[in-house]
Design a protein around this ligand. Structure first.
Ligand code: NDP
Length: 680
């Protein structure tokens, strides 16, 4: 008899079976939770002492590199996870969202971390603001690891993705995690944590696993800790109002159930491709993971005159969905995650029927197919119609967390918007329209109450990732009833786990703390040209002030002929006189090119490539006869552990460039990005 184990303070804990966890597919026991109590004081102490220390011995870039290796490792063992996943009721396609989606999120965060985080453990969130008239006093923001523990309480529907989408940003941010999966499907999370442990990639203390309840864990948390929760609105409320969480202002991110809608705009007719695309999306969202996605479509808003046609189209599609044991050939929809869940969904449908009628699902006598289904957690897709949706209650309040959706007829765009708003804050809405003007009218209104909006027309449908897919690079979470939290969204998710702090001081102090050169800070000047220095030797602040160059009319004419840019401002004396500059001026791109000519070291050296410019501004015009020069300063170094295609190690160096004129006025300002070789 297999007993699941918690992983606490570096040890697997639990031998005595407690609660039996049945397979959603056939009711057989998959595993038991364990009886042994967890010492949560030990767990948080271990995370803080060992986990924080080991994580902060690495920097952002190194942790990003580990995430990538971990993703590759899990990918290599994914079949073991698929073999267990079907017990949660999933078809192969459903498991793909959880398993491939899980390590896919690690890949994305590995890459986001490498591109957007610095070396070290201080992230500078600029720009620096000059606070004093003479630039002796500046202000900016830094983001630093919180040096606490991150507790993740997850839902039953995504045992792997749910863990990894929160773990990835927390790990990047340098926070050790204590993960508590929903008990019903915790056997799959436990299997994933064993795979992660086998990889040997994570530093000790980075990840602990709780099977079963959280005991006094929340009482043990401190000000530097973080809690993130996914599940029902009622549990979210209970946990976020926990006295210790409130007393210590411990950040609590909630992602709760949400009454997401899909809106067919009034311009879409049954003859349009969009009509069918819309029907396909609704059925996909009803049946993927048997409707157990926080993002699934619960309410379908349809112009009243199209209601019957849409019911017909949805029925045709639903008739093609075979549901039952996911191991069975041809099954397109599996089971709910547990029989408890089946009871909840059946009960929710009963309550929904007080305000709606069932047009598909009950009368058809639909039955699940396959072995053992009589003991599994199966339910047919249910399509309901609420003919008086302007009344409160019903599907505006009740979430049947299964393959259930309620159609609501509306009259006019304003009514559609009012109905969508009755969800009181949702994770996502799909709007299907052919008309950009309708999208432009509706989306900004919908945005006030939604976390994500998906505009689906024939063009987007060719590549759409779908209504129900939270993507690592886009925000997941919604206001109000949806919990008010935010997850994912690229680097933003990492920032949630970091402390943002304003820093004020002289430019030299701000540069020292941020490890980023700030204009006005002390510079380091020596005889060796900065472009002749290897990545390892260069210091932030190393700087070169170039010789001068007087800009002539010949420069402007030559540059115009070379580039083909004969804009009147450079070539038409009369027209230029009437502009705000009152005279011909040099091309901005000439100034840029001339500056490169001033600061570049022409010989072979460790600077390998210039791959772009950031923050370019032309500030003061350069007229014929003006004399310019440039200051080039090493602004930031990022060691991504990369090598050139030939295998030579290299790093990224950002240079600050300030071009000034004979009055020391800034004429152009920008950052250049280069790759610089390390010493062999
Ligand atoms: P719950 O809110 O009951 O559980 C979510 C998580 O919280 C689980 O890990 C659960 O653990 C844990 N939990 C519950 N009570 C406590 C507590 N007092 N202290 C600490 N942890 C606790 O949601 P369910 O997973 O049971 O699902 C119920 C409903 O939630 C669904 O029917 C659906 O409406 C909604 N839901 C929303 C999701 C979303 O992504 N927004 C996802 C899944 C569900 P345990 O399992 O051990 O009780």
């Amino acid at each position: 008899m297999s007993v699941l184990q918690s992983f606490i303070a570096g040890q697997w804990l639990g031998e005595t079976p407690a609660r039996a966890l049945p397979s959603a597919v056939n009711g057989d026991t998959v595993a038991h939770t364990h009886e042994e109590a967890i010492d949560f004081a030990q767990a948080v102490d271990y995370a803080r002492r060992i986990g924080v220390r080991n994580l902060l011995a690495l920097d952002f870039q190194q942790r990003a590199a580990i995430l990538k290796e971990l993703a590759i490792y899990i990918q290599g063992r994914k079949d073991e996870l698929y073999a267990i996943s079907h017990h949660t009721g999933c078809t192969r396609a459903d498991s793909w969202i959880d398993i491939d989606g899980g390590f896919g999120t690690l890949f994305t965060y590995a890459s986001t971390g490498r591109k957007e985080l610095p070396s070290g453990n201080v992230a500078h969130e600029g720009p620096v603001t000059q606070l004093g008239k003479d630039n002796h006093f500046n202000g900016t923001h830094i983001l630093v690891p919180r040096r606490g523990v991150s507790v993740h309480i997850n839902a039953f529907n995504f045992p792997i993705w749910g863990m990894l989408e929160k773990f990835a940003p927390a790990f990047l941010a340098g926070m050790p995690c204590i993960v508590k999966p929903a008990t019903a499907t915790s056997y799959l999370t436990e299997a994933a944590v064993r795979v992660i442990n086998d990889s040997g990639l994570l530093p000790e203390g980075a990840l602990q696993l709780v099977i079963g309840g959280t005991g006094d864990l929340l009482d043990r948390l401190e000000e530097q800790d973080f809690v993130t929760f996914t599940g029902s609105a009622s549990t979210a409320l209970k946990l976020k109002s926990h006295p210790n969480i409130m007393a210590k202002s411990i950040p609590f991110n909630a992602e709760a159930d949400s009454l997401n809608s899909a809106i067919m705009a009034p311009d879409v007719t049954p003859e349009d491709d969009e009509f069918d695309i819309f029907a396909r999306e609704v059925v996909k969202e009803m049946t993927a993971k048997a409707g157990q996605k926080c993002t699934a479509i619960r309410r379908v808003l349809v112009p009243a005159e199209r209601l019957d046609a849409l019911v017909e189209r949805l029925t045709e599609r639903l008739d093609k969905i075979t549901f039952g044991n996911p191991a069975e050939e041809g099954v397109r929809m599996g089971a709910l995650a547990s029989r408890d869940q089946l009871r909840d969904v059946t009960d929710a449908i009963e309550r929904l029927l007080a305000t709606s009628e069932c047009v598909y699902g009950r009368a058809e006598g639909l039955k699940p197919v396959g072995e053992g289904v009589e003991n599994g957690a199966y339910i047919a897709p249910h399509l309901l119609v609420n003919r008086n949706p302007l009344n409160d209650g019903g599907a505006h309040d009740i979430e049947a967390f299964g393959p259930v959706t309620t159609l609501m007829p509306y009259h006019g765009i304003d009514e559609a918007l009012a109905l969508a708003a009755k969800g009181k804050g949702s994770l996502v809405t799909t709007l299907t329209t052919r008309d950009p003007a309708i999208a432009a009218e509706m989306i900004p209104v919908l945005a006030a109450q939604h976390g994500r909006l998906h505009i689906l027309d024939a063009e987007a449908s060719r590549e759409s990732t779908g209504h129900g897919s939270p993507l690592p690079m886009l925000k997941h979470g919604g206001p109000g009833r949806a919990g008010g939290g935010e997850e994912l969204g690229g680097i933003r998710a990492v920032h949630h786990y970091l402390q943002r702090t304003a820093i004020q001081g002289s430019p030299t102090m701000v540069a020292a703390v941020t490890r980023e050169y700030v204009r006005g800070a002390r510079v380091i000047e020596h005889d060796i040209h900065p472009f002749r220095r290897h990545f390892d030797d260069l210091q932030v602040g190393e700087s070169l002030l170039t010789h001068r160059r007087t800009v002539t009319e010949a420069d402007i004419v030559n540059f115009g002929c070379l580039s083909g840019d004969h804009f009147y401002m450079h070539f038409d004396e009369i027209a230029a006189k009437e502009t705000q500059f009152g005279q011909r001026i040099a091309h901005g791109y000439f100034v840029l090119s001339a500056a490169a000519g001033l600061f570049v070291y022409p010989g072979e050296g460790p600077v390998l490539a210039n791959y772009g410019l950031d923050t370019l501004r032309f500030i003061t015009p350069v007229a014929i006869g003006d004399t310019i020069r440039a200051r080039l300063t090493c602004k930031r170094k990022i060691d991504q552990g990369r090598t050139s295609p030939e295998g030579h190690p290299q790093g990224v160096v950002m240079w600050d460039v300030a071009v000034t004129n004979q009055h020391d006025e800034l004429v152009a300002s920008y950052d250049i990005l280069t790759l610089v070789a390390k010493r062999q």
